[in-house]
Design a protein around this ligand. Sequence first.
Ligand code: UD1
Ligand code: CA
Length: 488
Amino acid sequence: MSDQLTVIVLAAGGGTRMKSKTPKVLHRIGGRSMIGHVLTAVASLDPQRVVTVVGHQRELVAPHITQLRPDAVLAVQEEQLGTGHAVRVALEALGDVPREGTVLVAYGDTPLLEGSTLREFAQAHRAAQAAVSILSGVVEDPFGYGRIVRDAEGLVAGIVEEKDATPEQREITEINSGILAFDAGFLLDCAGRIGNDNAKGEYYLTDAVGLAHADGLTVAAHAVADALQTEGANDRVQLAELGRELNRRIVTRWMEAGVSVVDPATTWIDADAVLSRDVTLLPGTQLLGATVVGEDATIGPDTTLTDCEVGVGATVVRTHAQLAVIGAEAHVGPFAYLRPGTVLEEAGKIGTFVETKNARIGEGAKVPHLSYVGDAEIGEGTNIGAGTIFANYDGIAKHRTTVGRHARTGSNNTFVAPVTIGDGASTGGGTVVRRDVPPGALAVSGGPQRNLTGWAQARRPGTAQAQAAEAAEAAEAAGEGPRATSPE
Ligand code: UD1
Ligand code: CA
């Protein structure tokens, strides 16, 4: 038998129970849309052709599919007349399906589906040389599923849908998961023979099973070991349940691969994240998107990293970061906000209440406290004083600030961009840097300090402030010395 494989993914349905302006298959769990998960599983089959049937809100669904899988054929089903009709539309859109080979049909809303399940099913279908194979299941509550009806010899005779089933048939717990595999030649012949004379007035793809049996062809049923893989999410409650289960599976897989997860229940890892051995994840950590974490790094608690790169041995504590690169042995947080374009090089530090954006912080350089670093370059070994603002925005445009290597800048500075502070330069506390500072220079700004004595007593008489000042004056006059001096 030829191993030509065509996969049809049905995604034309409305998903009204989501009560959403977003089409059902575009709802996301584990960092991917539901149909994204299905297409990922499908890709691992390496099929010659993938066709997706779109209908409801196809102006949103179609571009998403094209982005994920540019070679997928899009078949438009204007009216959702049933799964049998959807498959006919798919075959028409393809045009050239070889009669030898397999056509696999799956749904776009089963996000836990794995490639290995599809591969094993396709293999079993080929081995059985069946006209049609059903990925079946035995469930406690079969309500809503098509029931598998067997003849006196125990052969699969057909699938009867919930609304068409007799009370006896409704008792059957062997069900159709929805995933079917067809001999391509058989499907091409029978697709046009499926009618819509049933309770829903729909063209049921599942009628193909009865047609095969009536033709004396082989029908096979392969039970899926892991029933959740073919479970669809029809509303947001089911979506959240599948999302939690998907996360449990992903977190378990990483623990099995050598990652320590202190609290799996509060740790969320997207499907595309990649971790290394001996990473430690503390409670409340979310590793989202294409985040990559190097060996021996410790992340969390309470940290969200989206599309970030974390180097070997780095520590990231109570941090929110997106599109940031954190170098090996670097330290971030607690309470840091790293925005896109942040690059913290090896052994660097972004400390507490620090926000960064479009900023390269060199090897071993430190921004330890209470600062905003935007559109900046900080050289290796430099220390930025507490409470420094890189004033990058003049109200019209953004400008860059460059700080050289091994510079020491004072606390509470403002760097008014565009400005350059040279290698080995210093700035005094409270400096507003408006002009470039040459290498090795100390920059100070603002005039000498003036003390307007007696100001509180004169301007705020009767207040606690003035009374405190008067008391201090009186004590000083009585030879007690200023009250503020520390006891030695
Ligand atoms: C279908 C099966 C049923 C199976 C169940 C598993 C049929 C007739 N029934 O029933 O045996 O147990 O799935 O969940 O196939 N779709 C289209 N175009 C259409 C109709 C449906 O693209 O015209 C898509 C839907 O978007 C959905 C999928 O096909 O993703 C299944 O359709 P749905 O109407 O939900 O079928 P069920 O009644 O659940
Ligand atoms: Ca369904």
